[in-house]
Design a protein around this ligand. Structure first.
Ligand code: C5P
Length: 235
């Protein structure tokens, strides 16, 4: 059986750190809701056959936009959970119910809040991992000096940055392994998929990315993201 590549976008968060009523994934960015950009890049990769978007059960915003252009690959599920990990796991289990996935298929989990993923970064990730035993993620080596601070914002210690990486998404793992890993850490407070795989004693591969694949967390990140999107020439 041919191994398939499916993308999954957890988009059930409220984005409270943005200080906006509208959930972060829908904030306007370069004439589209932010999540449009992640979908657009994934959609253009010929290996990815399906893009699963996991929304909150009470999401009322998604259907206000026209997604017809992407409809051939899109699967919309209103099964988001309380945490990101729960949203990913709920989405994965729902796709199994639809008979769309086999244990060996690759799942690329990508945050709606990373709108600037480039076609090149995505291809690079897939090329690096397609034959890998474990899977892995896009990441960048830490460039800044790292300080451990206390509650009063006073430095307690300088942390060595050698061998430290910042994790990005997509994070790419085999369906069966990812479901097992997420079930195993149920209710633990993890913020990415690789952490769950690590908890199985495995070592996901760090695939070199760059800062342009930034995560939009605070309002000023939107300004940067817009500049990056306006500069890109791959789509
Ligand atoms: O809040 P944060 O930026 O860390 O969220 C990362 C991604 O996880 C976002 O795409 C967000 O919509 C998603 N998420 C989710 N379900 C939650 C919390 C976050 O799908 N309960």
């Amino acid at each position: 059986m041919m191994t398939k590549f499916l993308a999954l976008i957890p988009a059930a968060g409220s984005g409270s750190r943005m200080g906006n009523e509208l959930p972060k994934q829908y904030l306007p960015l370069d004439n589209h809701p932010m999540i449009y950009h992640a979908i657009n890049t994934l959609w253009h990769n010929p290996l990815i056959t399906q893009i699963i978007v996991v929304l909150a059960p009470d999401d009322t915003v998604w259907f206000k936009y026209d997604w017809a252009h992407f409809s051939k690959k899109l699967i919309i599920l209103n099964c988001g959970g309380v945490t990101r990990a729960e949203s990913v796991l709920n989405g994965l289990l729902a796709v199994k119910q639809l008979n769309l996935v086999n244990s060996n298929d690759w799942i690329l989990v990508h945050d709606a809040a990373r709108p600037c993923l480039s076609m090149h970064q995505l291809e690079h990730l897939i090329n690096e991992l397609a034959e890998d035993e474990v899977g892995g993620l896009l990441a960048i080596p830490v460039a800044d000096t790292l300080k451990l601070g206390n509650a009063k914002h006073r430095i307690i210690q300088t942390q060595p940055r050698e061998n430290l990486w910042q994790a990005q998404t997509p994070q790419m793992f085999r369906y069966g392994m990812l479901v097992k890993a997420l079930n195993n850490i149920a209710h633990a407070n993890i913020t990415d998929d690789a952490s769950a795989i690590e908890a199985l004693g495995l070592h996901p591969k760090l695939v070199l990315s760059d800062v342009r694949n930034l995560k939009v967390t605070y309002p000023h990140d939107l300004v940067l993201a817009e500049l990056i999107l306006q500069q890109r020439s791959d789509l």
